[in-house]
Ligand binder design. Structure first.
Ligand code: DAH
Length: 340
């Protein structure tokens, strides 16, 4: 029995040394030292021993059990150490690897374009005014030479709140408000950016969109000043090579009135799909401020004159970046917005 016990001991120690993972080690512990294990199995034969032999074998068995348990414990910590070492090695940080990019936010393309427009006009000595988005019929239409029955009101299909109050359809009412609050001061060089609202909704129209109104009032302001100002704007916004073209048009609050085109940003005026083969792209409406508008607010149209213009910010952004569906600007799709 003694030799059986020491054989088990030697075999067990050998097995423990060979094992390389903690799970298998536990299985071996059960195999040798468990209730149904080999050591216990041998000790079952103790009944056949003499009374003198029994305590000797018992003690030997206890010693072997203690020894094996100790071996298991030390093998366990050895394996744990090896496992930890392997994990550390696998996790080694390579300081030469490029870092993970930090996602930074940015301004919405419309905000970028709006900021650019502001910057260009601030550079020419303009200052910024704002007006309310909920506007009275008087400021939105009447004072701009658009009386109630005027057919040109149809050009701006409106959201009315009451008969006399509506969501402003353009930024032109800021002209009237500025004239009223500054009279009789000149010169006035103002831009008025902001949201406007119309009952329109398709690929090039949104019920809410942005305009920038601009106007200058002084002694002897001419149509030439208007052209020079807009040419400077076109070149700074769309590149040094841009030309502008003024076509006769009609707005009730300007006389004469013009639609202003820039030479096509895509083909440089040669004619292409973007400009419908005309070589030109319409960017804004403009004109000399109608004498009635000035007179409505106290200014004497015999003594001061002014020019005005109004542009759509979405349209400018679409032309500048080649966006062909305006609605993308309002869908908040990061994959789209991230490109600007
Ligand atoms: N308010 C006009 C519109 O929304 C745009 C406009 C045209 C503004 C001519 C002006 C101007 O100041 O002179 O359609």
């Amino acid at each position: 029995m003694k030799s059986e016990l020491s054989k088990i001991k030697e075999q067990a120690i050998e097995d423990f040394k060979e094992v390389v993972d903690l799970e298998k080690l536990e299985q071996l512990r059960v195999k040798y030292l468990g209730k149904k294990g080999e050591l216990t199995g041998v000790l079952r034969g103790m009944g056949k021993l003499t009374a003198e032999e029994r305590p000797v074998i018992g003690q030997l068995a206890n010693e072997i059990r203690a020894q094996l348990e100790e071996t298991i414990e030390s093998r366990k910590s050895e394996l744990a150490h090896i496992a930890r070492q392997a994990k550390l090695e696998a996790e080694t940080i390579d300081v030469t690897l490029p870092g993970k990019p930090v996602a930074t936010g940015k301004r919405h393309p419309l905000t970028q374009v709006l900021d650019e427009i502001k910057e260009i006009f601030l550079g020419m000595g303009f200052t910024i005014e704002e007006g309310p988005e909920i506007e009275s019929d008087y400021y939105n239409f009447e004072a701009l030479n658009l009386p109630k029955e005027h057919p040109a009101r149809d050009m701006q299909d409106s959201f009315y709140i009451t008969n006399e109050v509506l969501l402003r359809t353009h930024t032109s009412p800021v002209q009237v408000r500025t004239f009223e609050s500054n009279f009789p001061q000149v010169p006035l060089r103002i831009i008025a950016p902001g949201k406007v609202y119309r009952r329109d909704d398709d690929a090039t129209h949104s019920p809410m969109f942005h305009q920038v109104e601009g106007f200058v009032v002084d002694k002897e302001v001419t149509f030439g000043d208007l052209r020079g100002t807009l040419l400077t704007f076109a070149k700074e916004m769309f590149g040094e090579d841009r030309e502008i073209r003024l076509r006769p048009s009609y707005f009730p609050f300007t006389e004469p009135s013009a639609e202003v085109d820039i030479s096509c940003v895509n083909c440089d005026g040669q004619g292409c799909r973007v400009c419908s083969n005309t070589g030109w792209l319409e960017i804004l409406g403009a004109g000399m401020i109608h004498p009635k508008v000035l007179a409505n607010t106290g200014y004497d149209p015999e003594k001061v004159t002014g020019f005005a213009f109004g542009m759509g910010v979405e349209r400018i952004a679409m032309l500048k970046y080649g966006i062909n569906d305006l609605r993308m600007l309002f869908e908040n799709d990061i994959r789209f917005l991230d490109q600007f």
